[in-house]
Ligand binder design. Structure first.
Ligand code: SF4
Length: 366
């Protein structure tokens, strides 16, 4: 088993897919090779200029020279340094021991949940997934709810969650990339009681993968690098889309939001991306369409395309609504947003988005 190693991928103003520096690397050599890459970057990276400091800039400017330098450094690490970071079988076994099935026991708690109730059925559909072990499930607790920033939880909620994980998931929980929390070891027989407990904590919204399950970076409310705030946009969208019939009808849609080009919210890979930009000290938002993060739903990773000049904060919810109205009008029965966008093309969506501009202030071409 081995890896193909790519370096220098990136989005933003300099979108790159990354250069293949090694077609095949045995897995045990991975850390030695990463050491070689970091050494070359440390030696030649543009640390003198923050706009050119990223490794992707070095890879782009040096091309084959970068690849050759990494290979030379790697050979030196192996032959002269004695390959000190080679992953041994013993080390592999040591780490693998942390990834075993924990002792499992059902909570066996009674519950008052109506197993045929619509809300519970929707939760089962959106928030519960299959498991490699028969009779077990994984459950995602939703941290996308009105009155909270995406992914936020207070101390009391975290304490209660720890108890929930203890009772229902062998004491384990995982934070997800989508800013939710996953319980990996849940007995199917415990689902009604877990749902009941999660509802009491306000964490049982059946919206995983749906429009309100958006990713948002902290933006200008918390991050000193931000060009614009993102959390008030997330709040406006969350409040706007609270009708479960509507959001189930819209189906899976990835909205990703970043407060600046550093892209912590991965706006570029959202079906709808929202990027905060700064113009003359004011907050504006660039909207992109058709991004994909490589998931089964979205297909191979690709950056979204900008729909036009940036929008004001007040315009963004109307733009999203216009995009969704266009989707509803043009979709085929059962078609998902991302599939409809690819089949139809971006043009009608761009027209709708640009038609949602408010008369003032003037849009900025960024
Ligand atoms: S994308 Fe920008 S604003 Fe958002 S967290 Fe990252 S650096 Fe901060």
């Amino acid at each position: 088993m081995g890896f193909t190693v790519k370096v220098g991928g990136g989005m933003g103003r300099t979108p790159l897919v990354g250069a293949v520096v090694r077609d095949f690397l045995p897995w045990a050599e991975l850390l030695n090779y990463i050491e070689a890459i970091v050494r070359v970057y440390n030696s030649y990276g543009r640390r003198d200029n923050k706009w050119k400091a990223r490794i992707k800039i070095l890879v782009k400017s040096e091309g084959q020279g970068f690849i050759d330098a990494v290979e030379k450094e790697y050979q030196a690490i192996v032959q002269q340094d004695g390959a000190p970071h080679t992953i041994t079988a013993a080390e592999f076994e040591r780490v693998a021991r942390h990834f075993v099935v924990p002792p499992l026991a059902p909570a066996n708690r009674p519950s008052q949940v109506d197993p045929q109730g619509q809300l519970y059925q929707r939760w089962l559909r959106q928030n519960v997934r299959g498991h490699k072990l028969a009779g077990m499930k994984t459950v995602t607790l939703s941290f996308k709810r009105v009155g909270f920033n995406p992914g936020d939880a207070d101390g009391d909620t975290l304490q209660a969650l720890a108890q929930l994980a203890e009772d229902f998931s062998a004491g384990e929980a995982r934070l997800t990339h989508e800013q939710n929390l996953l319980l990996p070891w849940v007995f199917a027989s415990d689902l009604p009681a877990l749902y009941e407990a999660a509802r009491q904590l306000g964490l049982a919204q059946p919206n995983i993968g749906l429009i309100t399950d958006m990713i948002s970076c902290p933006g200008g409310d918390f991050c000193s690098l931000a060009n614009a705030r993102s959390l008030h946009i997330a709040a406006a969208l969350t409040e706007r889309y609270q009708d479960l019939d509507e959001i189930f009808d819209l189906g899976p849609i990835d909205i990703h939001m970043s407060g600046c080009i550093n892209s912590c919210g991965h706006h570029h890979s959202g079906h709808i991306g929202i990027l905060g930009v700064d113009k003359d000290g004011k907050e504006w938002y660039q909207i992109t369409l058709g991004g994909a993060d490589g998931s089964t739903l979205s297909g191979p990773a690709i950056g979204g395309k900008v729909v036009g000049p940036s929008f004001s904060a007040a315009e963004v919810p109307d733009v999203i609504e216009a995009l969704l109205d266009t989707f509803r009008a043009l979709r085929q029965p059962g078609e998902l947003f991302i599939d409809a966008l690819r089949r139809i093309g971006h043009e009608p969506f761009k027209l709708a988005a640009n038609g949602a501009r408010h008369p003032k202030p003037e849009a900025l071409l960024i």
